[in-house]
Each structure stands twice: as structure tokens, then as C-alpha cells.
Design a protein around this ligand. Structure first.
Ligand SMILES: Cc1ncc(C[n+]2csc(CCOP(=O)(O)OP(=O)(O)O)c2C)c(N)n1
Length: 553
């Protein structure tokens, strides 16, 4: 029996195991929504904007380890997805985005709600498709999921013109796919692995830098095995947070621009860096020539394009981290690193802040960290609060810190928290936000309520854009411009108008009980904390400095 391509799309998604789609309907995607009406397997979550749908899919993917799916109509629906797609691309998150498109006969004629979304997203999707033949749908869906989730994960977009969606076809899911030119390499080269083992044997001041790749590859066990076998300490990137427990004696904390002094100095003094799934962003390296100047660099990554892109590499290994790390462990033995530990031990592990005057964001995070014992899933927006969460929440589980690291997208956290809660309903999910970021996607409180999700929201209200203000303090001689809000809504009343319990605190002594009330509340909760916009993120590595030159470390 023939079915429409739109029905075939839904069947193919079901065959891929999809049970959740975040999206927003419209004219060009109407046939797909109509087919979804009949699906017993797929739940659709209606967000309040397409951007939020893409972020929710990304939060879902990062917590569950599955591919997240989002859907939108043509034109403005599709362009609203763009920020979410680019965010997922920069952080290597597997999502499949489905967009409606105007009928093939009028493509290119600027008809109502037409936009060239495959053209627009080509630079920041792993792959994208404009579906021209209805029969191709099952194959394209299968390929899209395969591409999104294998090798270095990333977003794939499928753009489906309305007339193609309405064409009737015989549905047949392909058995195997064959993608010429796409063969992610899993095994590391044995000779390179041998060299790596030799260098590890020789090193006296080795450091592992674990990146987001460890979280993506679910290689935390293999990482721990290598650490336990050799005794090498571990620093992480922002994206790598959680892949190695921060309460472990060999954890150095996060490295980079706002990293821990211990991680930054250890990297600078190291004679061997073992970089696992790290892309060496500028925020991690600081001045590149000053990055790990005394070290040989061993770089393991599934994506060959990453190796040598930003820093010189002495031993490149392309492969799956799980495979490569365990190969290296197998041949490694315990090292005598007591002098190195002695040196490291003396450097402080955390940034410092002064607990005086107004309530400090850092202490709020510390209290929440202690009370949740690192067992919550934390999402963040982008700004100072994001860096403080990275510094002051003690993460012990992989995939428990969900943040926009690469693109730095304000408005990411709240929808990502929605995706995270769907992925792991049993865990406490907390989004930390600044008042700037919160205002970008706060309408998602409606999605939270509509779906009965217990998402906790901690809002640092400093009346403006704290991190940009800090940049203006350092780089514009304190000429503060467009960083203070002249108007802010009453966030407590706003949350209450959505039916969400909310509370505002201003003083230190209110903090512990307020956090208890937030955590013991069964449903969602907004805790607004009044904080000082002059509170800066320290340590900070200024532009052009190496990472061991930190201010306020
Ligand atoms: C979509 C987007 N626009 C602009 C920026 C630039 N930016 C980075 S941090 C920041 C300020 C964030 O303010 P807020 O969310 O209130 O957090 P705070 O720094 O005060 O903790 C801005 C504007 C961004 N990262 N994302």
C-alpha cells in the first residue's frame, strides 16, 4: 500500500527509535504534522519558539546520548532553528532537524515563507539534505541518524518540500546504508599508540586534558582506567566537565580562560599533554605559543580535521576514544609522580571570591552543589553565571553539565533543561541563568508547565549583562555601554503567572532555606537571587596572554 512521503518520514523516524520531537508547526510542514497525528510512538513537544525546540533537542541528546530531533516549518520557522543548529554543531551534539519547504516548483522564486535553509546551514551542519524525490525519504532519514551519531557527532538537516511530502510512495526502510567517503575511523594506529605508551612511560610531569569528546564518546570509564593505571592527573575543558569526577584526588579542574590555577599552571609546566577529545579552542589555549610550551602533545580525536588545527601536535591519533584510551591503558603501568603531585598540590584549585556585601553568585552555586551532592543535571545560559557554575559546582557525573561552550548561546539553558528533564526525568534538573539570558527564552516556562516538568531555575539578577560589563572594565577602560537594563520585569510575578512557584532572596542568611525549599518542591521553581553586577569572574586570562598568567587567581 502506498503512503505519503510525510507518513514515510514518520515511519522512518519510528524505525530509528525516535519517541520525542520538539517542534513548532506551520504551513509547509503541515503534511508532516498531519502524519504525526497518527503516530502512537512519537510524542511531540510544542515549544514556544523553534530556537527553543532545537536547544531542547540538543539538551535531550546530550543527557540521553541519543539523537535529538526538532522540527519546524519553512522560512522563519527554519531560520529560527539556525541558532540551535549552530550551537549543536559547535559542541558536537547529534541532532536531526526537519524543516518544511515550499513546493519544488516554486523554489527560488521568493514565494511566501521561502528560505534556502540548506544553503544557510551548510557551513554548520555535518550534512544536510533537500529532499527532491519522495522515494528517498527512508534512506535519507537512516543516513541522517547515522551521520549525526557516528564519528564526531553533529547536526543534520532534512528539508522537505511540501509537494514531495504529499507524494505517495511504497514504504521500504533500507537495510544497510553505504555512504561513500564517510568512514569514521575507530581504531587508533597501532604504531602511534605504541609511541604514546612510550611517551607516557618517559614523562615526569604528564597531564591529561579531557574534552567534550570524552562525554560524547561515553569514554569516561576508559579515561578513569587510564588514570588509575598510570596516576596521571586530569584537567578538563569546559565541555569536558563531568567526564572525570571533580572530587577525585587527581582532578585539576577546568583549564583555560576562567580555568583553575592548578589546571592552567600544571599544563604550562607539563612535559606531556594527553589531549583526549579536545578541540583546543582559543578559550582553552590562551596565547597559543604559550600553551604547554614544555610539553610533547599527544592528541586523540575521532575527527582528523581537529588534529593540528589550533596547536602543534607531536603524536596524532585518530580514533574512537573508548578504543584508543583502553589500548593505551592496556600497555601502561603506574608511574612514580610524587614530585609532580607535590608541585601541583601547592597551586590552588579554585578561583577565589570574597563573601562580603551582597549575596555572591559563587556561594549560591556552592550551596546548591553541596545540597545536591553533584547529583543534579545542571544546564546554564551564557555569561558570568555560566563560568561560576563551571568553577563552583562540583560535577561528578558525565553528561551532567549541559552548556553552550562553543557558540556561547544565550537562551540555551532553559530549553536545554527541558530536553534534559525529558531525557532523565528521575534527576533534579537545574538551570542557572543571568537575567539577560533568561529573558531570551523565558517563554519556555510555558512548555515546562504544559509538560509538567520539574525544572528548577536559579536566576542571578544583577540588572544587566555581567560578563560583557567585565569585558568593558578590562578592555574599554570601564566605559560601560548597553550593559545595564533600565527596565526589568518582576521575575517572581512573571513565573507565578505561568503557575510556577517563585521566590526572591537578597541576603546570605536566606540562602540555605530558600535552596531547600526549591529542591524539596515537587514541581518547577524559580529562585531569583539579587546579586551585584560588579562581581567579576576570576581567575581571568586576558586576550593575548598565556594561560598561566591569570588575574585574580
Ligand atoms: C545570543 C547571544 N547574544 C549575545 C551574547 C554576548 N554575551 C555574552 S555574555 C553576555 C551577558 C550575559 O548576561 P546575563 O545572561 O545576564 O549573565 P551574567 O553575565 O550577568 O551572569 C552577552 C550579552 C551571547 N553570548 N549570546
Amino acid at each position: 500500500m502506498k503512503i505519503t512521503a510525510a507518513e514515510a518520514l514518520i515511519k522512518a523516524l519510528e524505525a530509528e527509535g525516535v519517541d520525542l520531537i520538539f517542534g513548532y508547526p506551520g504551513g509547509a510542514i503541515l503534511p508532516v504534522y498531519d502524519s504525526l497525528y497518527n503516530s502512537k510512538k512519537i510524542k511531540h513537544v510544542l515549544t514556544r519558539s523553534e530556537q527553543a525546540a532545537a536547544h531542547a533537542a540538543s539538551g535531550f541528546a546530550r543527557v540521553s546520548g541519543k539523537v535529538g530531533v526538532c522540527m519546524a516549518t519553512s522560512g522563519p520557522g527554519a531560520t529560527n532553528l539556525v541558532t540551535g543548529i549552530a550551537t549543536a554543531y559547535m559542541d558536537s551534539v547529534p541532532i536531526v532537524a526537519i524543516t518544511g519547504q515550499v513546493p519544488t516548483g516554486v523554489i527560488g522564486r521568493d514565494v511566501f515563507q521561502e528560505v534556502d535553509i540548506t544553503g544557510a546551514t551548510a557551513p554548520f551542519t555535518k550534512h544536510n539534505y533537500l529532499v527532491k524525490r519522495a522515494e528517498d525519504i527512508p534512506r535519507i532519514v537512516k543516513e541522517a541518524f547515522y551521520i549525526a551519531s557516528t564519528g564526531r557527532p553533529g547536526p543534520v538537516l532534512i528539508d522537505l518540500p511540501k509537494d514531495v511530502a504529499e507524494t505517495r510512495i511504497e514504504f521500504k526502510m533500507p537495510g544497510k546504508i553505504n555512504l561513500r567517503g564517510y568512514k569514521p575511523k575507530v581504531q587508533g594506529h597501532p604504531l602511534q599508540i605504541e609511541r604514546a605508551v612510550e611517551e607516557i612511560k618517559r614523562a615526569q610531569r604528564p597531564v591529561i586534558i579531557a574534552g567534550g569528546g570524552v562525554n560524547s564518546a561515553k569514554a569516561e570509564k576508559e579515561l578513569m582506567e587510564l588514570v588509575e593505571k598510570t596516576g596521571i592527573p586530569v584537567a578538563t575543558s569546559l565541555m569536558g566537565i563531568g567526564c572525570f569526577p571533580q572530587n577525585h584526588p587527581l582532578s585539576l579542574g577546568m583549564a583555560g580562560m576562567h580555568g583553575s590555577p592548578r589546571a592552567n599552571i600544571a599544563i604550562t609546566e607539563a612535559d606531556l599533554i594527553i589531549a583526549a577529545g579536545v578541540r583546543f579552542s582559543d578559550r582553552m589555549t590562551g596565547k597559543v605559543s604559550g600553551f604547554a610550551p614544555k610539553a610533547k602533545i599527544l592528541h586523540i580525536d575521532i575527527d582528523p580535521a581537529e588534529i593540528g588545527k589550533n596547536v602543534r601536535v607531536d603524536i596524532p591519533i585518530v580514533g574512537d576514544l573508548r578504543v584508543v584510551l583502553s589500548e593505551i591503558s592496556k600497555n601502561s603501568t603506574k608511574k612514580d609522580l610524587y614530585e609532580w603531585y607535590d608541585f601541583i598540590e601547592k597551586i590552588s584549585k579554585k578561583g577565589v571570591y570574597e563573601k562580603k556585601g551582597m549575596l555572591c553568585p559563587q556561594e549560591i552555586i556552592e550551596v546548591i552543589s553541596q545540597k545536591t551532592k553533584g547529583e543534579a543535571i545542571i544546564t546554564t545560559e551564557v555569561g558570568s553565571h555560566q563560568m561560576w557554575v563551571a568553577q563552583f559546582y562540583e560535577f561528578i557525573h558525565p553528561r551532567s553539565f549541559i552548556t553552550s561552550g562553543g557558540l556561547g548561546t544565550m537562551g540555551y539553558g532553559l530549553p536545554a533543561a527541558i530536553g534534559a528533564k525529558f531525557a532523565n526525568p528521575g534527576k533534579t534538573v537545574i538551570n542557572f541563568a543571568g537575567d539577560g539570558s533568561f529573558q531570551m527564552n523565558l517563554a519556555e516556562m510555558a512548555t515546562i508547565v504544559e509538560n509538567n516538568l520539574a525544572v528548577k531555575m536559579v536566576l542571578f539578577n544583577n540588572g544587566g549583562l555581567g560578563l560583557v560589563r567585565q569585558l568593558q572594565e578590562f578592555y574599554c577602560d570601564g566605559r560601560y555601554h548597553q550593559v545595564n537594563f533600565k527596565f526589568t520585569p518582576d521575575f517572581v510575578k512573571l513565573a507565578e503567572s505561568y503557575g510556577i512557584k517563585a521566590e526572591r532572596i537578597e541576603s546570605r542568611k536566606e540562602l540555605p532555606q530558600a535552596v531547600d525549599r526549591m529542591l524539596s518542591e515537587e514541581g518547577s521553581f524559580l529562585l531569583e537571587c539579587m546579586v551585584d553586577i560588579r562581581e567579576n569572574v576570576y581567575p581571568m586570562v586576558l586576550n593575548g596572554s598565556p594561560i598561566n598568567k591569570m588575574i585574580g587567581g
